[in-house]
Design a protein around this ligand. Structure first.
Ligand SMILES: [Zn+2]
Length: 220
């Protein structure tokens, strides 16, 4: 659906593919930065006849789908060591957009095994630190340098680029990246359809959670 076969030996064909590719805002419309994108709004996608309307429109908001979607996006980012990332933008989340990003050391040295709070201070050797948030004596050092992924959400990608100045190899690499991005968008649509087929949306009554106080042993 989104993926297009491009002759990677033809400069003109590759440049035309890049310059004519669908684009969307990286942040919002007044920021004016755009990047390669695809519109995955449901009304643009043909609903297979065997999927009922309710499932088709409601699955979008369910956690099961949101998690599958984040997995697909994360796989794409990881395959580029986060230098390129795919994200969702638009008021109703209807666009997949290509972003630039990376991975860097976070500076966090320890974390709480009880509540997950991160801490910039290292715990001295053979000791367990106290968590600044939940007070549990459960703060331990990271075994490896803790890294964090960052994204440049406002950065445009190839917005005013003149590809005639680029070497053919560089153009080809960019085309391959965008093709892989288009393939990702295809697999998002495929995955949505298959998830629709594997779930039936039912309503469940849930108990309203109530906060109670409990005593918890302190680890020493
Ligand atoms: Zn904690």
């Amino acid at each position: 659906m989104f993926y297009k076969n491009i002759n990677l030996k033809k400069r003109g064909e590759m440049i035309a593919f890049l310059t004519k590719h669908y684009r969307y805002h990286t942040l919002n419309s007044w920021n004016r930065s755009t990047s390669y994108a695809n519109n995955i709004k449901l009304y643009n996608i043909e609903k297979p006849a065997d999927i009922d309307n309710d499932t088709w429109w409601q699955l979008l908001e369910l956690t099961e789908w949101q998690e599958e979607l984040s997995d697909l996006l994360a796989d794409f980012g990881r395959s580029y060591n986060w230098q390129w990332q795919a994200g969702i933008n638009g008021r109703s989340g209807g666009y997949v957009v290509l972003y630039k990003g990376g991975i860097q050391t976070s500076g966090y040295k320890s974390y709480c095994t009880h509540c997950g709070q991160l801490n910039y201070q290292a715990v001295p050797d053979n000791q367990t630190g106290i968590c600044g948030r939940c007070d549990a004596r459960a703060r331990v050092n990271f075994q490896k340098t803790h890294m964090q992924i960052f994204t440049w959400p406002g950065k445009d990608i190839d917005m005013d680029e003149d590809f005639r100045d680029w070497s053919t190899d560089d153009i080809r690499d960019r085309v391959k990246l965008i093709q892989k991005f288009d393939r990702l968008c295809d697999s998002i649509v495929r995955e949505y359809i298959s998830t629709c087929r594997s779930y039936r949306i039912t309503e469940e009554e849930i108990l309203v959670p109530k906060t109670i106080k409990v005593l918890e042993p302190v680890g020493r």
